[in-house]
Design a protein around this ligand. Structure first.
Ligand SMILES: *Cc1c(COP(=O)(O)O)cnc(C)c1O
Length: 438
């Protein structure tokens, strides 16, 4: 499989090149040249095959030319070594829980897969790879955990001081080894700006590969299709095609589900559920793409005004709006509506959702009101404990601390404070070549 840039003025890339570059030289997103379609029998027989074999079949066309089968199988096995349970919350309504990985959010899947692919590529090249990433919360932890101990790869994470939750900060500052955290006196946008500046700074890329691990990387985007298929497998062969409702911010997650659909996965509809950052719901109504300033909400991982991956969603439907509109419904919800859904789920269904999952639930219920012929699945993208103050306040309960993060709470935070781009630059120049022999 080759990948082309959606800006159409960069040369085609292999999977390896697309993963290492992250973004094409013309600043376009990489997109696969073809989307392979799997026969009906493949989808009907999901339940008869192990999940790993299914995953390997689905990913091989995208990565197989750059990674030999036994390696790809090992990478997938390590990526998918936790559960993706489909939990019934009401008749024909299910929560697909994507938070059973090490950092308690769905981003573990893409980050772990990308880290292992990059580790494999790096092991076959003399160049040191430095992954530079800005985070507003969940990405940093998932990337740090995914890359921990991967040989030949250094990770530098920038996060805004005082603007991430305590658990999120601990997830990215307590690991040590090849992971380093820089605490920025500023906002997430400041972090992002510094990272962008570093990528165009020639001196920094001498003797090392500087790459990014954000959600536009094909190695983070594509494997996210797998848990949609695992959900279908759990529904069983006699079930009607489901509706998937996806709480969406940068639209990478839903775009991966739609990729699976284009590969033949049976499903009835996708619902993109957003908070008041509603660029896509307005677009689906008016066909005018008009991003505004982003607004802070209680589902803050979705506070995105200009979703990077939406262009890929459009490409999957050949840029034909009517075809897209047939498969995609988009709705936006306020924080009050989100809290209302969290309370309803807790009181009536005995289910504790985080604010993001609750937005997904709202989108699903609105859709099912108009078309209730079959199962509905909302994606629960993070563990409620990650948004503990909001969840506890809204539900008036105390959340038990899951075993997996208990150890985290008494580890020491280690971060280097920085203020401006020059500080980042000095740090990167000082640490160059610290891992690999020259
Ligand atoms: C990142 C994130 C989202 C948004 O996912 P996109 O792929 O950016 O649309 C939703 N929920 C949680 C908890 C997240 O961390």
């Amino acid at each position: 499989m080759k990948y082309h840039s959606l800006n159409h003025s960069a040369p085609p890339a292999s999977f390896r090149e697309a993963v290492i570059r992250g973004i094409a030289p013309d600043k376009g997103l990489y997109f696969p040249d073809q989307v392979p379609v799997f026969p009906e029998a493949f989808w009907r027989q999901l339940g008869e095959r192990p999940m790993l074999a299914i995953a390997l079949d689905l990913i091989r066309p995208y990565a197989g030319e750059s990674i030999p089968d036994p390696v790809l199988e090992r990478i997938l096995e390590e990526t998918l070594n936790f559960d993706f349970p489909l939990v019934p919350v009401a008749p024909n309504v299910f929560s697909l829980e994507l938070y059973h990985g090490p950092t308690l959010a769905f981003k573990d899947v893409g980050s772990r897969f990308m880290a292992r692919c990059l580790g494999y590529f790096s092991s076959r090249s003399p160049e040191e790879v430095t992954v530079l990433v800005a985070t507003s919360g969940d990405t940093g932890g998932a990337v740090a955990d995914g890359f921990l101990g991967v040989p030949g790869v250094e990770v530098v994470i920038l996060y805004p001081e005082g603007k991430v939750s305590d658990i999120q900060e601990r997830q990215l500052t307590t690991l040590g080894q090849n992971i380093r955290a820089l605490r920025v006196a500023g906002s997430f946008d400041d972090c992002q700006r510094m990272v962008k500046e570093a990528f165009v700074d020639r001196e920094l890329s001498q003797g090392r590969r500087l790459t990014s691990a954000n959600s536009i990387n094909v190695a983070r985007w594509i494997p996210q299709m797998l848990y949609y298929v695992f959900a279908l497998r759990q529904l069983g062969p006699d079930c009607d095609p489901p509706v998937f409702s996806v709480p969406s911010g940068n639209f990478g997650n839903i775009c991966a589900g739609m990729l699976a659909h284009r590969m033949g996965m049976p499903c009835r509809q996708f619902v993109a559920a957003t908070n008041v950052n509603d660029t896509v719901p307005r677009y689906m109504e008016t066909e005018a793409y008009d991003p505004r300033q982003s607004v802070p909400t209680i589902s803050n991982a979705m506070d995105v005004a200009d979703p990077s991956n939406f262009i890929r969603v459009q490409k999957l439907f050949g840029d034909r709006f009517p075809d897209l509109a047939e498969m995609l419904t988009a709705r936006s919800y306020t924080d009050d509506e989100t809290r209302g859904a969290m309370r309803f789920l807790h009181k009536t269904c005995g289910y504790t959702a985080d604010p993001h999952g609750a937005v997904g639930y709202l989108g699903l219920m609105d859709y099912l009101r108009g078309d209730a012929n079959g199962p509905g699945i909302f994606l629960e993208t993070a563990h409620p404990i990650k948004f503990r103050p909001e969840v506890e306040r809204t539900l008036g309960i105390q959340l038990p601390i899951p075993e997996r993060i208990r150890g985290l709470l008494d580890k020491e935070k280690m971060a280097i404070p920085i203020r401006k781009y020059e500080d980042l630059r000095t740090f990167l120049l000082d640490t160059r070549g610290s891992r690999k022999a020259p």
